[in-house]
Design a protein around this ligand. Sequence first.
Ligand SMILES: Cc1ncc(COP(=O)(O)O)c(C=O)c1O
Length: 430
Amino acid sequence: MTSSNHPDDRYPFIPGRPGPHIERTEGRHLLTSDGRRILDAGGGAVVANIGYGRREVAAVAAAAMERVTYVLPPWPTEARVDLLHRVIDEWMPAGITRGGFTSGGSESVDTALRLARQHHLSAGRAGRWRVIGRRPSYHGVTLATLAVGGHDDRRAGFEPLMPDFAQVPWDDAEALDATIREIGVDSVSAFIAEPVVGSSAGVLIADHAYWHRVADICREHGVLLIIDEVMTGFGRLGTRMGVDRWGIEPDIVVGGKGLSGGYVPIGGVYATDAVVAPIAANGDSLMFFTYGAQDMACAVAGEVLRIIDDEQLVERAATQGTALRQRLDSALAGHPHVREVRGLGLMVGVDLVADRDGDVRFPRDVAFYRRVVAEALARDVWIYPAGSGDAAPDAVMFGPAFTVTDDELDTMVAVLAESIDAAAAAVGST
Ligand SMILES: Cc1ncc(COP(=O)(O)O)c(C=O)c1O
């Protein structure tokens, strides 16, 4: 199976798409064992909000681990309680009062789906179990989160293992209303959506009117509104949470990635009093994950959030995001293979096409976005691949650390432009 005797051939699990061997991470750079300095324009998987290698964070991790090794997830510890207060009081939208921690985004979305179901069950509405999602979208890779997500490529072949949940177009609120009525109001538990569609499409932004209509529809039908902030939360859009852009009040919020900026695996699920009240009143509960709310992870996340605030990095995500979009707009204006540049804060997508004038997509098997990403990596810049199949075939994303400098933005944009040209030349389309 392996092509050489190099130790790296054992990694990853499924052979075939290895990345460079990373020896160290520093600031906004990945340092390879053969001496390259890769500029991380994708923030890993759009996660590295404060940049890499902060010694204060490592010090907090060491002290926390010396103090507490393992405590059952539902039991309070200082690090857990402090983090929960900080997140609820300083980051969550109005109305969110309760919360708990997991080890990442998929676990958090999965928990949110169970929380919604348990809410209805405990309240005596056993018929409500269906979850409606959007297309395209991505909510994680457990079977339940794949099922509610609209990422065709990642779902393909797993359909027999997943419930057949309805999905509505990402920007059509009336389709949500019609679908709830069609499948039966009394059977719907929740609607789940990202504030801005991320990796499945390379950033799609519905407008204010859409979000207010969605909130009204959910309220009218007794359907819980779950907002998935795994990618958009904790400053990424230049606001504290992504949903702040729309000014709506969700019933359940899910977060991950930016909560720790990549330093530790942690995610969270947060809800209103009204969501948890029937569960508590009925004496019911939600099963935890063994590693949920791991004490050291909670301490580290608290330190990462402190750094974001002390260094005003949410504001910086907003200004550097504008600077990035301006650079992309001027470098790529009229480019034959760039259909659109779009973004909020430091979550910025570039939609790629075979022919901008005719709005013609590259054939799926060309996988143009992957070629662009590979060309950029060969030029020592990591850009995040996006797209999910027929609904959104070719896009790439920028999601760098909020500490990114103007010079680094210049490099990212110049390398993207070169990489698009090189990928187009390689497929015979210039
Ligand atoms: C919006 C959204 N939800 C959920 C997830 C899944 O998170 P994780 O990969 O941490 O399980 C992701 C990951 O990209 C995401 O972007």
